[in-house]
Write a protein that binds this ligand. Structure first.
Ligand SMILES: [Zn+2]
Length: 433
């Protein structure tokens, strides 16, 4: 186990680094945090914190290090971690889905469990301290068990996924069995779930006060299917037995794209709109109205678009829409490492500022998952942060510090602090059971 030292109740522990990025306030050079009972109690210059707390129970110093909030992977399917390389991309997205479903059908509960555990390890190793994970019906028992029993302290919003066109919908979320700390609910996507199922999920989210997540505007043909009821997605649904008769729009009375449809339904927040690759500017007003967070998964976007990434991430941010970062699953993504994911986003969109990417990978993700006290550093927030260490002296600027921590490809922090406890996960072996 990677716990470095157990703190006693009331202990003050100081963490000092060459750069601290609080996210909600400007970066600080040579700064420190004081932590007590799992929470941040003070944040300031190293000198001020040393004066305020002259006799801490412990002090951790990283003079060349960069201290940032724990990274947040807003969207993953950890049950598919072991699918890495098993479902190659195809020209037709629907053919890829069929390949994936076929592969999943051969898996046992134990395989899903191992897969989730491997994903959790890999996320933690890369400095992630919170994740939004989609749990499908096929993997449900194994995945829930792996999350609940997990020995590693990764804060997990587990969204139970609904998909298909059901008369009565699936049985309600088996919360008693799963004993999940943070449940959520996810109608999969408008091409796989009808409006009735979407409404049931929204009603359940409202009733139980749990977050929602759905895939939307992920592929080019979604708009045609929603507005006209035709195209490759309709043909696919016919083949699966999900659609019959003449093509008709998804929401026959009022044909609309997903963002507009959701805006008319007034779903509760938080609500994630995952992907959004094909969102049009005329949908931004609807997105703002439902206060959704768009989750951009750069590796997955490139995978399904021949390596091209024309995601409207910059236009969305400029329009005041919150955008978080996710990895999606290793069935369609090359990495679960969040620094590598930030680097991919930067490569595809060089104009994104380091501080914007940091916010996407921390605060925006945390809020989209309903973790309001995470993803930023300030008094009374949870003490969830990571320290990346530079090989040399302190980076010359705040941006350089972020380049080092988040924008130089695959990276593993030197130290994690989760709920106030310090851990070292760099030795975690990610893909072994
Ligand atoms: Zn997904």
């Amino acid at each position: 186990m990677a716990l470095l030292r157990e703190n006693l109740p009331g202990d003050i522990v100081i963490y000092q680094a060459g750069w601290v990025h609080p996210v909600l306030s400007p970066p600080l050079e040579n700064a420190a945090l004081a932590v007590r009972d799992g929470n941040i109690v003070a944040l300031g210059s190293a000198l001020d914190i040393a004066r305020k707390y002259p006799n801490p129970a412990a002090r951790h110093e990283f003079p060349g290090g960069v201290l940032i909030p724990g990274l947040v992977n807003a969207h993953a399917h950890l049950e598919l971690t072991y699918m890495k390389g098993l479902v190659p991309p195809r020209e037709d997205f629907t053919g890829w889905i069929v390949d994936l479903v076929r592969a999943k059908r051969t898996w046992t509960r134990e395989e899903f469990e191992k897969s989730v555990r491997a994903g959790r390890r890999e996320l933690l190793r890369g400095g992630c301290t919170a994740v939004g994970d989609i749990v499908s019906a096929e993997a449900e028992v194994g995945a829930m068990f792996a999350h609940r029993e997990a020995e590693l302290p990764l804060r997990t919003r587990a969204y139970q996924e609904y998909l298909g066109v059901y008369e009565e919908g699936r049985p309600p979320f088996q919360e008693d069995r799963a004993k999940l700390l943070y449940p959520g609910i996810s109608p999969h996507a408008p091409y796989s779930s009808d409006t009735d199922l979407f409404r049931k999920c929204i009603a359940q989210a409202r009733e139980r006060g749990i977050p929602l997540s759905t895939h939307g505007a992920e592929i080019r043909w979604e708009e045609e299917y929603l507005l006209e009821g035709t195209g490759p997605l309709f043909d696919f649904l016919v083949k699966l037995g999900f659609a019959y008769g003449d093509p008709k729009p998804w929401n026959a009375d009022r044909p609309s794209r997903l963002a507009d449809w959701l805006a008319a339904e007034s779903p509760p927040s938080p609500l994630q709109f995952v992907h959004g690759t094909w969102l049009g500017e005329d949908e931004y007003a609807a997105l703002r109205k439902i206060a959704t967070t768009v989750v951009y998964c750069p590796s997955s976007v490139a995978y399904f678009h021949d390596g091209r990434d024309e995601h409207p991430v910059q236009a969305l941010i400029a329009a005041g829409i919150s955008v978080a970062l996710g990895t999606d699953s290793l069935a369609s993504s090359t990495s679960l490492n969040m620094p590598e994911t930030c680097t991919m986003a930067r490569r595809a969109h060089p104009a994104l500022e380091p501080s914007t990417l940091l916010e996407m990978a921390t605060r925006a993700g945390a809020l989209s998952l309903g973790f309001e006290n995470c993803g930023a550093l300030a008094p009374n927030m949870e003490a969830d942060f990571v320290v990346f260490e530079s090989p040399g002296a302190r980076p010359a600027s705040a941006d350089e510090a972020l380049e080092l921590a988040l924008l130089s490809g695959f990276a593993v922090p030197r130290l994690h602090v989760i709920a106030g406890e310090p851990y070292a996960f760099s030795e975690l072996s990610p893909l072994k059971a």
